[in-house]
Design a binder for this molecule. Structure first.
Ligand code: ZN
Ligand code: ZN
Ligand code: ZN
Ligand code: ZN
Ligand code: ZN
Length: 338
C-alpha cells in the first residue's frame, strides 16, 4: 500500500459547513454530514454566478467549471481560452489541450467544458470507491460525489453479518473502520483501526473479480484479526501469548491479496499446529486466522475443539484459541468494571 498518504492540511479553518465541520473551498459536499454546498460569489470576486448551480464563475467562461452548464454569453465570454481571469488561479492547463487554465478542484474546463482529472495522491489518504477522487479515511461522505466515502454502502450484507458475529462472539467494538480501497487488503500497523479491503473484489469492472458476500465475511474477519492485534499490541508481549503464537514482529505488514484463502470454514487437517495453511505463513497471519475462525464460529470453542480432535490437531492450537478466548473475556470484564 505504497500509495497511502497521511498528510494533514495545515493552516486555519476558513470554511465550515452549517454542521460545524471544516470544509475545503469548492467541496461539493460536507464530508461529515453530507450536506450539499454552494460556493457563491460571496467575496464579490467576479460578480457572476452560474444560472444552474449558483456557484461562482467568471463572465469570461464559456462553461461552468462546477456543473458544466453552457454559460457562454456573446460579448462577455472570452473569444479564446484564458489562463486565469479575475477571481481564479491557473493550477494546470486543461487536460484536453484547449489552451485554457483550470483551477483545482474544477471538474470541468471553463473554456471547453471537458472533464478534468486531478492527481490528489498527496492531498488525501485514499480514493472514493464511487467517483475515484481523493478522500480521507475518517470521511463519511465523499466531498466530491456525496456518496459513502468508505464504500461500506457497497457491502452492507457482509458488514451486518460481521458485526453480528463479533457481537455473538462477545468481542467489543474497538473502533475499527472498514474502508474499500484500491490496492490490496490489509491493515497498516501505524493505523490499526483502518481495515482496508480491496475494492476490486466488490466493484470489479467486469464483475469477474467480485466475490460472494459470504467469502467477503471471511476476508473481513481475517483483516479484523490483524486490526484487533495491532490495537491490543501490548498483549503480544505477554508470556502466554508468545508461547502460543511466537514472536509477532510488528514490522510485518500482511498483504492479503487473495480472498481464496479465507473462504474455508472448516479446519484444515494439515499443518497440524495451525488452523489453516495460510496461518503458517507468519505469526501475525496465524493470529488473524485464529481470530477469523473464532469469530466465524461464534466463539464456540466446544464445537471447534471437537473438530480439532477429529482432525488430530496439535495441543498448541487449542491453546491459541484459549489465549484469545481468555483475552476477550478479560476485555469484557474490564469494561464491565468501569
Ligand atoms: Zn456538514
Ligand atoms: Zn454551474
Ligand atoms: Zn479545455
Ligand atoms: Zn466520491
Ligand atoms: Zn492477513
Amino acid at each position: 500500500m505504497s500509495t497511502r498518504r497521511r498528510r494533514r492540511a495545515t493552516g486555519r479553518a476558513q470554511y465550515r459547513c452549517v454542521c460545524g465541520h471544516e470544509l475545503k473551498k469548492y467541496w461539493a459536499f460536507c464530508s461529515n454530514c453530507g450536506r450539499g454546498q454552494q460556493w457563491k460569489d460571496l467575496d464579490h470576486l467576479t460578480g457572476a454566478e452560474c444560472y444552474r448551480c449558483g456557484w461562482v464563475v467568471s463572465d469570461t467562461f464559456s462553461f461552468c467549471p462546477w456543473c458544466d452548464a453552457d454559460i457562454h454569453e456573446e460579448g462577455y465570454s472570452s473569444e479564446r481560452p484564458l489562463k486565469a481571469p479575475r477571481g481564479f488561479r491557473m493550477d494546470a492547463r486543461c487536460d484536453w489541450g484547449c489552451g485554457g487554465g483550470v483551477q483545482y478542484p474544477m471538474p470541468y474546463c471553463p473554456w471547453c467544458g471537458r472533464p478534468q482529472s486531478w492527481n490528489e495522491e498527496d492531498l488525501f489518504e485514499g480514493e472514493c470507491p464511487h467517483c475515484h477522487r481523493g478522500v480521507d479515511d475518517l470521511m463519511n461522505v465523499c466531498p466530491w460525489c456525496g456518496l459513502d466515502a468508505t464504500g461500506r454502502d457497497l457491502i452492507p450484507r457482509a458488514l451486518t453479518r460481521v458485526r453480528r458475529l463479533l457481537l455473538v462472539s462477545r468481542i467489543r467494538d474497538w473502533g475499527y473502520r472498514v474502508l474499500l480501497r484500491p490496492g490490496v487488503s490489509g491493515v497498516d500497523p501505524r493505523w490499526p483501526k483502518a481495515v482496508e479491503i480491496e475494492q476490486r473484489y466488490v466493484i470489479g469492472s467486469k464483475r469477474r473479480d467480485e466475490i460472494p458476500w459470504t467469502m467477503l465475511v471471511g476476508l473481513l474477519t481475517h483483516e479484523l484479526g490483524h486490526s484487533f492485534l495491532y490495537h491490543h499490541w501490548d498483549w503480544t508481549r505477554s508470556r502466554r501469548f508468545r508461547r502460543a503464537f511466537g514472536e509477532v514482529d510488528k514490522a510485518y505488514r500482511g498483504m492479503d491479496n487473495t480472498w481464496v484463502y479465507f473462504q474455508r470454514r472448516r479446519v484444515a487437517i494439515a499443518p497440524r499446529d495451525f488452523v489453516s495453511a495460510y496461518a503458517a505463513k507468519h505469526p501475525q497471519e496465524d493470529f488473524a486466522e485464529v481470530f477469523r475462525f473464532y469469530v466465524t464460529r461464534r466463539g464456540r470453542l466446544r464445537d471447534l475443539f471437537a473438530e480439532f480432535g477429529q482432525k488430530r490437531k496439535g495441543v498448541i492450537l487449542y491453546e491459541k484459541f484459549l489465549v484469545l478466548h481468555d483475552f476477550v473475556r478479560a476485555l469484557r470484564g474490564w469494561s464491565e468494571l468501569r
